[in-house]
Design a protein around this ligand. Structure first.
Ligand SMILES: [Zn+2]
Ligand SMILES: [Zn+2]
Length: 348
């Protein structure tokens, strides 16, 4: 049997190819894909000047679909169940996995990035995908296109927010920088799970309008005066938590300058920005005393289950633009030019 798959075939080259439907192992499921989200990481992989692997790679790590077949050793799953895919394909047995930290599985070594569909194993931008049965998370009757982005665009901010829970007390200020796929969900998660005041920051007025629609209390256009504006809004103290969903030099600098003493600065976006933190006395625009910096990767299985529960309860809803699988290139181009509102989702 054959299927269509959107594959990275050479650096910068995306091709819709006809390939065999994947075989599954005894502990796997075959999923008939209902929808696959497009992430900036996919865009990043597409921009790499060297090959990701020695064979064509099917992209896609935000996957929703229906179980088509079940490996012989899998218990408790049946054909026809609908779900999304937990993107950390970790060992499940090491010390970190047993503590629930599957996003930093020891088997992944110091990079601590467990195998992720579409970034190593073949992903979900196809009609079918092989997944480890452990990665399947049921979604009931949720729309596939709505559900797929939860796998990363909700999971990752959920984990970053949880990791700053000590700072997110009622009345605290949280800043979300970059209102794209992750950022617009982050604003909703903050409003659903905390009693914080949420400040959204973006360069684009449409993205700020989306942030406001998602519940942000204040929307700030990013510019030279953004850090000063945040300090002004917080009595000169800074925001208790700053979530940077861009991760560029400018946003890293903003996070350092806008976070409060003992505050939480969470690097989520992967743009390679350098925050310029030094060990001198705190003061001026540098990192204040007690503030912590964490590079937050993905999330735990619990984070995903909780994100799905919030979505099922109607508290969180991904803003999506649908594209046919064959139109992935158009979707990527729109994403790269900043034109996507929320998340682009491919429908095979
Ligand atoms: Zn992603
Ligand atoms: Zn592990």
């Amino acid at each position: 049997m054959s299927m269509r798959a959107m594959q990275l075939t050479a650096p910068g080259t995306l091709e819709l190819r006809t390939v065999p439907v994947p075989d599954i192992g005894p502990d796997d499921l075959l999923l008939r894909v209902g929808a696959a989200g497009i992430c900036h990481s996919d865009s990043f992989v597409l921009s790499l000047p060297f090959p990701m692997s020695d064979k064509p790679l099917t992209l896609g790590h935000e996957i929703a679909g229906t179980i088509e077949s079940v490996g012989p050793r899998v218990a408790g799953r049946s054909v026809g169940e609908r779900g999304i895919v937990y993107l950390c394909w970790s060992c499940g047995e090491c010390r970190e996995c047993l503590r629930g930290n599957e996003n930093v599985c020891l088997a992944a070594g110091r990079t601590a990035m467990p195998p992720c569909p579409g970034l190593g194993p073949d992903g979900g931008m196809a009609e079918y995908v092989r997944i480890p049965a452990r990665s399947f998370v049921p979604i009931g009757d949720m729309d596939f296109a709505q559900a797929a982005p939860l796998a990363d665009a909700a999971l990752t901010p959920m984990h970053a927010i949880r990791g700053a829970s000590d700072q997110l007390w009622p009345g605290a200020t949280a800043v979300a920088i970059g209102i794209g796929g992750l950022g617009h969900v982050a604003v909703q998660l903050l409003k659903a799970m905390t009693e914080t005041r949420v400040i959204a920051v973006d360069v684009d007025a449409d993205k700020l309008a989306l942030a406001t629609a998602c519940g942000a209390d204040i929307a700030l256009q990013a510019g030279d005066a953004t850090a000063a504006a945040i300090l002004e809004l917080t009595g000169g103290r800074g925001a208790e938590a700053v979530f940077d969903f861009v991760g560029a030099d400018a946003t890293a600098k903003l996070a350092v300058e806008a976070v409060a003493p003992n505050g939480a600065y969470r690097m989520v976006g992967l743009a390679g920005g350098v925050p310029g933190i030094d060990s001198g006395p705190a003061g001026g625009p540098g990192l204040p005393w007690g503030a912590t910096v964490r590079k937050s990767y993905g999330g735990t299985r619990t984070d995903l289950l909780d994100a799905v529960a919030l979505a099922a309860a109607g508290k969180v809803r991904a803003e999506i633009e649908r594209f046919d699988l064959a139109d992935a290139r158009t979707a990527f181009d729109r994403l790269d030019s900043g034109a996507i509102r929320g998340r682009a989702v491919l429908i095979p």
